[in-house]
Design a protein around this ligand. Sequence first.
Ligand code: 5RP
Length: 219
Amino acid sequence: MTQDELKRAVARAAIEHVPMGGIIGVGTGSTANFFIEALAKIRQRFDGAVASSEATAQKLAAAGIEVVDANSVIELEVYVDGADEVNRALAMIKGGGGALTREKIVAALSRTFVCIADGSKLVDVLGRFPLPVEVIPMARSYVARELVKLGGQPEWRQGVVTDNGNAILDVYNLEITNPAELEAAVDQITGVVTNGLFARRGADILLLGTPEGVQTLKR
Ligand code: 5RP
């Protein structure tokens, strides 16, 4: 099976987590895009969606799904999104697509986070995928120096401006044995908006695409 077939399979499997009625959260990236395709077919089942990026908002609207402002919801029953890496405790690295801050906001609003990922995303130790950090542009160099002190090698993702008007640093060479601790430490650096570790609020359910079928892991 190709990687895209595995992504499509987990995206379809996530449909069973979409409640009758209410507003859901929808993530960003190629796996989330397959989920939006599947969602379009059942759009009568729910009332609308909060998008984790402008790109996802456009795709939802094009699929005929109402896009809802995050400020007008108190809680989302479910949030479905991909990941760049996920471990067996369901902590993740996200933000390869640069949407990490809005993804974290949608995750915070959600009762259940369903991560959809092909099998290549499952790792024992997070950190081979560079950790994205969204920074206020004028703090970019300062934050990069602080990230070096934490043991990483930050690289500016040149030419990328996030939906929030900020810059992204991708931090290489981190071996993240304590994701929750590093998540907090990076967030403490002045000028950091968010980092792509989702450990303090990780996924609740992982739908993992393998050639043998979709496996479900729970926290
Ligand atoms: C975007 C993300 C995505 O979930 C992550 O990059 C995975 O993307 P894909 O589904 O294309 O592999 O965090 O910011």
